[in-house]
Write a protein that binds this ligand. Structure first.
Ligand code: NAP
Length: 530
């Protein structure tokens, strides 16, 4: 399938009118055809009008039809075959094995949300029957269920072209909920986005859903992203990217005449705490595995373990020795785009030039400029230096991490209490360590979204219990996850129906439980009719 470089509004190609840009392959720094363009405000408006027109058809389609669409989409994505993988490899530099695995995750997400909405339990239906003779006042019949909020804006992420891209977690759960989408493809991989969009339109058509349910806008300017967030027909925004970009867009969403929710998943340094029992038993083993996690995906994960804390001593030294040796063996690898690489080089240079920081180990081989490569760097420092330098406590996106010697357990706890919000924290320890350090866990419960024990935070399981979010600045709203089935709650809101006759209620609130959903009826969870 040859690429055309157009925006797609309700499935129709719309030629770019604004400035054009080409994706630059990070593999060889060469431009890729065709050229894409920045969507104009008029084109963004047309996309939202199409999304608004499609919304009623999408939301009123039966869950079975939307689920069928998601299953079809999974097949169509796989059906794009090598053309999709080749283009994504050319645009992102991600190795084919990783892309094949990520495609599996994207396809799995479609199927997971299909099965979620086939069973209506997710919609949190609640029914409280009337008690007309209650004294001193009669109780009305009150029922509530989640309803889709309307068209939403999605920013495709750079680092997961399939799983968090234009048909990634945000778009899939919005469509599953019944919300139409206007998505901005990440400008580093516009061809990949166009191919994925073709799969969406084919699946929408086959399922009999309106084409305006999905609209793809390209763009490389902040003006264009701003226009998406400001559009009066946007009801929420989902974003994965930098704190700088996320915070700017979050403020724009809040400053609108009608503010809308902004679900931003932004930066995190994902601290790793090495407790004494684990260090004593397996310092070298953890050190080696840690570098595997730091270098996974060339460190381009928001869950990269960028900071390690342990109490100083020979065991922590053994951890650093093993980590340094592993870092030296780690081959430099291609990053997603030149901008990310420049920021990585600037970020690691700033850390390296901080007094009190040393390089413990780095890739033996030199990175290639032409192939946009980054090398792995493991730094060491002490707690006083970490606390005195903001630069050391902010995300540097890429395969680097800082190991910090702390004077005592009490100092580790003090630092944990001072940390900004994080997506994850990791503890390596024994069960005895956990009991001994229960105060650390209590602190982390207030600071992070996910606590990992004896593992690493990279590699996020897509499942109902996953929480991928955390207190600001790791995310804009700590209650919501962007990964896993609970992510659907970003795009719905409860609507309460009081005194309605059965025939006019939404299906999930009727007396007969036709969907066999779990409902809260008069205070008790049940699948019985109400
Ligand atoms: P980004 O710069 O945050 O951009 C993400 C998306 O938001 C792009 O479509 C970008 O469009 C748009 N955008 C950014 N700032 C904007 C603004 N002020 N106004 C309007 N739109 C804006 O992320 P990136 O390009 O993926 O990578 C850059 C850095 O982001 C990385 O070095 C890393 O630090 C961070 N990052 C974090 C995560 C994470 O999961 N936390 C993931 C990926 C990247 P334009 O390109 O047109 O500006």
């Amino acid at each position: 399938m040859s690429l055309h470089g157009n925006h797609l509004i309700a499935g129709k190609p719309v030629a770019p009118e604004g400035p054009t840009f080409n994706a630059i392959s990070p593999n060889n720094s060469q431009p890729l055809e065709p050229a894409f363009g920045d969507a104009t405000e008029a084109q963004i408006d047309a996309a939202f009008q199409a999304a608004e027109e499609a919304f009623d058809g999408l939301r009123t389609a039966t869950p079975e039809i939307r689920a069928t669409f998601l299953d079809l989409l999974a097949d169509k994505i796989v059906g794009l075959g090598d053309a999709l993988l080749d283009r994504a490899h050319a645009e992102t530099g991600l190795p084919m094995a990783r892309l094949t695995g990520e495609r599996g995750r994207a396809v799995g997400q479609c199927k997971l949300f299909a099965s979620l909405i086939r069973d209506g339990s997710w919609a949190d239906a609640r029914i409280d029957h009337a008690i007309p003779d209650r004294q001193p006042l009669p109780k009305p019949d009150v029922r509530r269920v989640m309803q889709p909020i309307g068209p939403v804006a999605v920013f495709g992420a750079s680092n997961f072209p399939f799983a968090i891209g234009v048909v990634g977690t945000d778009t899939i759960c919005a469509l599953a909920a019944g919300c139409s989408v206007v998505v901005k493809g990440h400008p580093a991989h516009p061809g990949t986005s166009e191919l994925l969009a073709s799969a969406v339109y084919a699946a929408l058509e086959e399922a009999g859903l309106p084409a305006g349910s999905f609209n793809l806008m390209h763009g490389k300017s902040n003006k264009m992203g701003t226009a998406l967030v400001k559009h009066p027909l946007a009801n929420a925004v989902a974003f994965t990217g930098s704190l700088k970009g996320g915070r700017a867009l979050m403020d724009i969403a809040a400053a609108r005449p009608t503010p809308i929710p902004f679900y931003g998943e932004m930066g995190s340094i994902n601290p790793v705490f090495l407790l004494p029992g684990a260090l004593k038993a397996r310092a070298a083993q953890i050190g080696e595995a840690y570098v595997g996690s730091v270098t996974m995906g060339v460190g381009q994960f928001c869950t990269n373990p960028a900071l390690v804390l342990g109490v100083q001593g020979v065991e922590l030294d053994a951890f650093v020795t093993a980590a340094s040796a592993a870092a030296e063996k780690a081959a430099p690898a291609t990053m997603l785009h030149g901008g990310i690489r420049s920021m990585y080089c600037e970020g690691t240079a700033a850390i390296a030039s901080t007094a009190g920081v040393s390089i413990a180990g780095q890739s033996d081989a030199d990175p290639s400029d032409e192939a946009t490569q980054a090398e792995c760097v493991i730094f060491t420092t002490d707690l006083a230096t970490l606390e005195a330098n903001d630069t050391l406590r902010h995300e540097v996106f890429g395969p680097c991490s800082i190991v910090t010697n702390c004077p005592s357990k009490a100092d580790v706890l003090r630092f944990a209490k001072s940390m900004e919000g994080q997506l994850t924290a990791t503890i390596h320890g024994t069960p005895e360590d956990l009991i001994e350090h229960s105060d650390l866990i209590r602190v982390l419960e207030r600071k992070v979204g996910r606590i990992v024990f004896n593992g690493f935070p990279t590699g996020i399981e897509v499942c109902p219990s996953m929480h991928h979010g955390g207190p600001y600045p790791s995310a804009s709203h700590s209650f919501f996850t962007s990964i896993g089935t609970a992510s659907i709650y970003r795009f719905v809101r409860p609507v309460c129906y009081q005194g309605f006759p059965d025939e006019s209620l939404p299906e999930l609130l009727k007396a007969k439980n036709t969907r066999n959903a779990i409902r809260l009826v008069d205070g008790a969870f049940t699948k019985d009719d109400a």
